[in-house]
Ligand binder design. Structure first.
Ligand code: HPA
Length: 287
């Protein structure tokens, strides 16, 4: 299959994928979890877990990026039935934005009402440090503004409305819950705006300056399309960026970045904090 094969999905495609997942698990997930680069270990903590490889789900796109496992994990986390994506699909792999966000539609159709989204991101806000965790309070869908938008095309009213509101893309109540969890756990939780670009090249120093002026605190290559589709589908969202590297140090731009660094900081420094945050949010959702 080539990426183009995934360009035109219909309701039936989502529902066939849901059927395939239901055939593999009796879990009825209420919360979706997307685990970004280097942050996938949390999926290993899911109890009574069923593993569903993406390649066993009809029309499901596959990720070839190192650090992504290409499977759903369905089970219980803090007693809440969850469906976790251990690895996501990226636009830079050559898939359409509809393919990148196919998993979100599947989550919507399977009955998920809350999405916890995570990613690895580069730090633009000079007060941040590598290893920080950032609560995403808002995003800039930079790719979407350039026309690379998952909702371009015919709108199916069974999935959502033509012109979805994005004023509360990141649920204010869940943001408040996240702040309380961070305080209770002694985690320094940063906050800010995430800007989503296509990648896959990292940013030039001039681009870093531009992104800062646009009002972004962190930059990455995912999330904005997924969150847009989730909101279109009436799913509420809470999001965390793991700041794996800083793109600025003081006045200085042009910090070198590597995918290996992104993965190792994510795994060693950010994943443990993220686990506490996700568990705390799930406890609040269960209560
Ligand atoms: N830029 C874009 N995406 C990223 C970065 C970065 O510096 N770090 C992790 N994901």
């Amino acid at each position: 299959m080539t990426p183009q094969d995934y360009a035109d999905y219909k309701l039936i495609d989502y529902d066939l994928a849901v059927e395939a997942i239901r055939a593999r698990t009796s879990v009825k997930p209420k919360v979706g979890l997307i685990l970004g680069s280097g942050l996938g270990t949390l999926a290993e903590r899911i109890e009574q877990a069923d593993y569903i490889p993406y390649n066993e789900i009809p029309r499901f796109p596959q990720s070839e990026v190192v650090g992504h496992r290409n499977r759903f994990v369905a089970g219980l986390l803090e007693g809440v039935p969850v469906l976790a994506m251990q690895g996501r699909i990226h636009y830079y792999e050559g898939y359409s934005m509809q393919a990148v966000t196919f998993p979100i539609r599947v989550m919507q159709r399977i009955g998920i009402r809350t999405l916890i989204v995570t990613n690895a991101a580069g730090g633009l806000n000079p007060s941040f440090e590598a290893g920080d965790l950032m609560l995403i309070t808002d995003h800039i869908n930079f790719m979407g503004m350039a026309g690379i938008h998952p909702l371009v095309g015919r709108n199916d009213p069974n999935l959502g409305e033509r012109f979805p509101d994005m004023s509360d893309a990141y649920d204010p109540h869940l943001c408040q819950v996240a702040r309380q969890v961070a305080q209770a756990q002694g985690i320094r939780l940063r906050e800010g705006v995430y800007i989503g670009l296509s990648g896959p090249s990292f940013e030039t120093p001039a681009e870093v300056r531009m992104l800062q002026r646009l009002g972004a605190d962190a930059v990455g290559m995912s999330t904005v399309g997924e969150v847009t589709v989730a909101r279109h589908g009436g799913i509420r969202v809470v999001g965390f960026s793991g700041i794996t590297n800083m793109l600025v140090k003081g006045e200085q731009q042009g910090q070198e970045v590597s995918h290996e660094e992104v993965l190792s900081i994510g795994r060693d420094v950010i994943a443990p904090k993220l686990e506490l945050m996700v568990r705390g949010v799930l406890q609040a959702l269960r209560a």
